[in-house]
Design a protein around this ligand. Structure first.
Ligand code: IVH
Length: 669
C-alpha cells in the first residue's frame, strides 16, 4: 500500500468510526456488532502504526470511550480502569499463552470467567461500608453513581465476614438480566417509548438516570470479578473472588481454574454454545493468569493488562427466507430498505424483520427475493442480513432492483454524491418526512410535548397540523371531538404544548431538525450566538469559529436559513412565543485570559477537557480546535499527539501543563 492509499483509507476509517462511536456512546443505538467495530479499529491501528506520518491525536483509535455525564460529579480512579485485549480465535489465544509463558515460565494456571455484558463499575469500601461507586468514564475519571448503585439490591452496603481490608476497591459489571430486560422493553412498548437495543444499553441508560427511585424500579444486578490494588491481599485471582463472595458480593460460579490451554479452549467452546441458557448476557470469556505474583511480574501495557485477555464470541446467526423488502422513509427523506423474513428464533427472540442498510449492500450481497439469508444479531434491536446461501437459491430468481421513486409520494429518488442512502427530495410534500419532522420537534430532548406517534398521525391526517408551528394554534373544541380524544386528553395535550413555550432556546434550535444540528451542536451554537436572529444572519466564517462547528454543519445551517419556508416557520414559532434567545451562560470570573487563544490537547488529571474549556471562557480566553499562528498557548495533558507537539514547537507557541495553567488564574480552581 502506498502512503497515499493509506492516507485515504485512514481517513475513511476514522470517519466511519466517529459515526459508530457516536451511535454507540451517545445514542446507545449501535448499528454494527462489537466484532465488526473491533475489526475496523484494528485495521486503523495497524495502518496508523505503519504510517505514523498520518498520526492524529483525535483519531478514534486513541479514544477510550467516555461515558462521562455532565450532571454527575466525577472523580479520578485510584487505579485506572483499563480494558482487556480481545481475541477472536484459538490462534490468538495460543499467542497470548506463549507471551505469558515467555515471561513467567511454564508453570501457569489460568482462571477462566465469563465476560458479563453490562456496564463496568468500581466500588470503594471503607471500614466495610460502601463508600463510592464510579463508572469507567474515560478510564482515568469516572462519574459518581453511588446513589444509583445503592438501589441495586444484590450489592452489599455493609460487608460481613473476615479479613475485610479497611479500604479496598472492587470491580463488577452492572447488568440487566434477560427476564427484567424483556419486561422493561414490553412496558416501554405499551407506553410508546423507544426500545432498548440490548440489556447492556438498558443497564447503562438506567445507571445514568438522575432519579434513583426510578433506577430502583429496574431489576439491575451486579456481578463482581476483580479486586485491584498494590497490596498483596491474596495469592490468586480465584482466592480473591472467593473472599469477595464470602464478604457478600455476588460472584457468579461459572468460573474454571484451568491447568492447560486445552482446558481453556474447552471452557470457551462450552460457553459459546451454552450462553443462551444463562439468565444474563455474556459476550465472551475472560482468561486471567491465576497467580497474583505472576500477574505482577507480567504487569500492564498502556491500555490493557498483560496477564488477562478476553475471547469474544461471534455474533449469533440464523438462516431464514427473505419474503419481501419494504422501504421506509425517514424524517430526512432517507429511504431505508427493511427485509421481511419468515419468522426465525435468534438469540432468545423471534426475528421477522432485518435491516438491509442501503442499495449498495443489497447489490454487494446480491440479495434476491426468496433467498435463504443469514441474519446476525449484534448490538442492534433489528438484526441484519449478513449473507446469502447461494446453494439454496431458486434457479429462476432475478437480481433485486432498488426502487427509483418514493414509496410514499412517488417523487423520483436522488442519491447525493458520497452518500450511500437514497433520498426522497420532496421534503415539503412527502408525508413521513413531514410527520417525522413534527415527531422530532416534540421529542423528549427537543420540545418535550407529550403526544404519541398515533396522535401526530391523526392531527396530520385531519389537516390540523402541517408543520410544528400549527401545534400552537390547536383549538380545544376541535380536538376534543376527534377520535381517540376526549376532554381530558385534549386538555393534557394543550397543556403540554403550552409548557413547551418555556423550553430554552438551545432545545428550540435542536427541535428545528436542521441537518447535522444535534443536541450538542445546537447548544454550542446557541451559546455562541445567543439568539435565533443572530444565528440566522451568521456567515460561514463566524459559524465555523464556534467550537466543534466545521464546514459541513455551517453549510447545512446556511442552506436551511436560505429557504423562505424555513424562515417563515421560525417566524411563526417566534410569534407563538417560543424561546428564541438566551442569556450568556458563562458567568465571567475574570478577564485575565482576554485576547488569549488556547488549544487543549491530551488527557488531564484535575479537570476534564470540557471543564478546562469552560474555565478558559470564564476568564475571557478563547478556545480553538486547531493550532495556528494565532494560538497563544497549548494546554497539554498526557498523551498529547506528537504532530501537535511538533507544530507548536515550530510556531514557537508556549506549551503549558494543567498546573501551570491553573496557576495563571486569579483564584484557585
Ligand atoms: S477483568 C484489569 N473480568 O470487560 C482487568 N472484566 O474489556 C479488568 N468484563 O471493563 C477486567 N466481565 O467491564 C474482567 N469477568 C470479567 C469481566 C470483565 C466483563 C468487562 C469489564 C471490563 C471489560 C474489559
Amino acid at each position: 500500500m502506498t502512503p497515499e492509499q493509506a492516507q485515504i483509507r485512514i481517513n475513511e476509517l476514522r470517519k466511519v468510526l466517529y459515526q459508530h462511536n457516536y451511535k454507540y456512546y451517545v445514542k446507545s443505538e449501535p448499528t454494527i456488532s462489537d466484532f465488526e467495530y473491533d475489526l475496523l479499529i484494528n485495521e486503523l491501528q495497524t495502518l496508523e502504526s505503519t504510517f505514523p506520518q498520518f498520526d492524529d491525536e483525535n483519531s478514534p483509535s486513541r479514544r477510550v470511550g467516555s461515558d462521562l455525564n455532565r450532571e454527575f460529579e466525577s472523580f479520578t480512579h485510584r487505579y485506572p480502569m483499563l480494558s482487556l485485549g480481545n481475541t477472536y480465535n484459538r490462534e490468538e489465544l495460543t499467542e497470548f499463552d506463549l507471551r505469558v509463558k515467555k515471561v513467567v515460565g511454564e508453570d501457569v494456571r489460568y482462571f477462566c470467567e465469563l465476560k458479563y455484558d453490562g456496564v463496568a463499575v468500581a466500588l470503594t469500601y471503607r471500614n466495610g461500608r460502601l463508600h463510592r461507586a464510579l463508572t469507567r468514564g474515560d478510564g482515568t475519571r469516572g462519574d459518581d453513581v453511588t446513589h444509583n448503585i445503592r438501589t441495586i439490591r444484590s450489592i452489599p452496603l455493609q460487608l460481613q465476614g473476615e479479613n475485610i481490608p479497611p479500604e479496598f476497591e472492587i470491580r463488577g459489571e452492572v447488568i440487566l438480566p434477560a427476564e427484567g430486560f424483556e419486561k422493561l422493553n414490553a412496558e416501554r412498548e405499551i407506553k410508546s417509548e423507544p426500545q432498548f437495543a440490548n440489556p447492556r444499553n438498558a443497564a447503562s441508560g438506567t445507571l445514568k438516570m438522575q432519579n434513583s427511585s426510578l433506577v430502583a424500579k429496574r431489576p439491575l444486578d451486579c456481578l463482581f470479578y476483580y479486586i485491584p490494588g498494590e497490596q498483596q491481599l491474596f495469592q490468586t485471582q480465584h482466592e480473591s473472588l472467593e473472599a469477595a463472595r464470602s464478604w457478600g458480593f455476588k460472584v457468579p460460579g461459572y468460573n474454571l481454574l484451568a491447568h492447560s490451554i486445552k482446558e481453556v479452549f474447552d471452557f470457551m467452546d462450552h460457553w459459546e454454545s451454552a450462553r443462551d441458557k444463562l439468565p444474563f448476557e455474556i459476550d465472551g470469556v475472560v482468561i486471567k493468569v491465576d497467580s497474583i505474583q505472576l500477574q505482577k511480574q507480567l504487569g500492564f501495557t498502556a491500555k490493557t493488562p498483560r496477564w488477562a485477555i478476553s475471547y469474544k464470541f461471534r455474533a449469533e446467526q440464523a438462516t431464514s427466507r427473505l419474503l419481501s423488502i419494504d422501504f421506509q422513509v425517514g424524517r430526512t427523506g432517507a429511504v431505508t430498505p427493511v427485509a421481511n423474513l419468515e419468522p426465525v428464533r435468534l438469540a432468545g427472540t423471534t426475528v421477522k424483520r432485518a435491516s438491509l442498510h442501503n442499495a449498495d449492500q443489497i447489490a454487494l450481497l446480491d440479495i434476491r427475493l426468496g433467498d435463504y439469508v443469514y441474519v446476525e444479531k449484534g448490538g442492534e434491536i433489528i438484526p441484519k442480513i449478513v449473507g446469502v446461501d447461494r446453494d439454496r437459491r431458486d434457479a429462476d430468481s432475478e437480481p433485486f432492483h432498488f426502487i427509483s421513486t418514493c414509496p410514499e409520494c412517488n417523487t423520483n429518488l436522488i442519491r447525493r454524491e458520497d452518500e450511500a442512502a437514497h433520498y426522497c427530495p420532496n421534503d415539503i410534500g412527502c408525508p413521513p418526512q413531514i410527520k417525522g419532522r413534527i415527531e422530532h420537534f416534540i421529542s423528549r430532548k427537543a420540545m418535550e410535548i407529550n403526544a404519541a406517534e398515533a396522535t401526530i398521525e391523526l392531527l396530520f391526517r385531519k389537516g390540523l397540523v402541517k408543520d410544528a408551528s400549527d401545534l400552537y394554534r390547536l383549538d380545544f373544541h376541535r380536538i376534543k371531538n376527534l377520535e381517540r380524544f376526549g376532554e381530558k386528553s385534549a386538555r393534557n395535550l394543550l397543556k403540554s404544548i403550552e409548557s413547551s413555550r418555556d423550553v430554552p432556546f438551545p432545545r428550540v434550535l435542536y427541535a428545528l431538525g436542521i441537518r447535522y444540528v444535534g443536541e450538542t451542536v445546537a447548544r454550542k451554537l446557541a451559546e455562541a450566538f445567543l439568539s435565533m436572529d443572530r444565528l440566522m444572519i451568521a456567515d460561514q466564517e463566524s459559524l465555523e469559529q464556534v467550537d466543534e462547528i466545521g464546514e459541513r454543519i455551517a453549510q447545512s445551517l446556511l442552506s436551511y436559513f436560505s429557504e423562505e419556508r424555513n424562515l417563515q416557520l421560525v417566524e411563526r414559532l417566534k410569534s407563538a412565543g417560543l424561546q428564541m434567545e438566551m442569556e450568556s451562560v458563562t458567568e465571567m470570573a475574570s478577564e485575565i485570559l482576554a485576547g488569549k487563544s488556547f488549544v487543549i490537547s491530551g488527557v488531564f488529571v484535575q479537570h476534564s477537557r470540557e471543564e478546562l474549556k469552560t474555565i478558559i471562557g470564564q476568564h475571557g480566553g478563547k478556545n480553538s480546535g486547531s493550532i495556528s499562528a494565532r494560538t497563544d498557548y497549548i494546554l497539554a495533558g498526557e498523551n498529547m499527539g506528537p504532530s501537535k507537539y511538533q507544530k507548536a514547537q515550530k510556531l514557537g507557541i508556549s506549551i503549558i501543563t494543567e498546573e501551570q495553567f491553573l496557576a495563571m488564574l486569579p483564584q484557585s480552581h
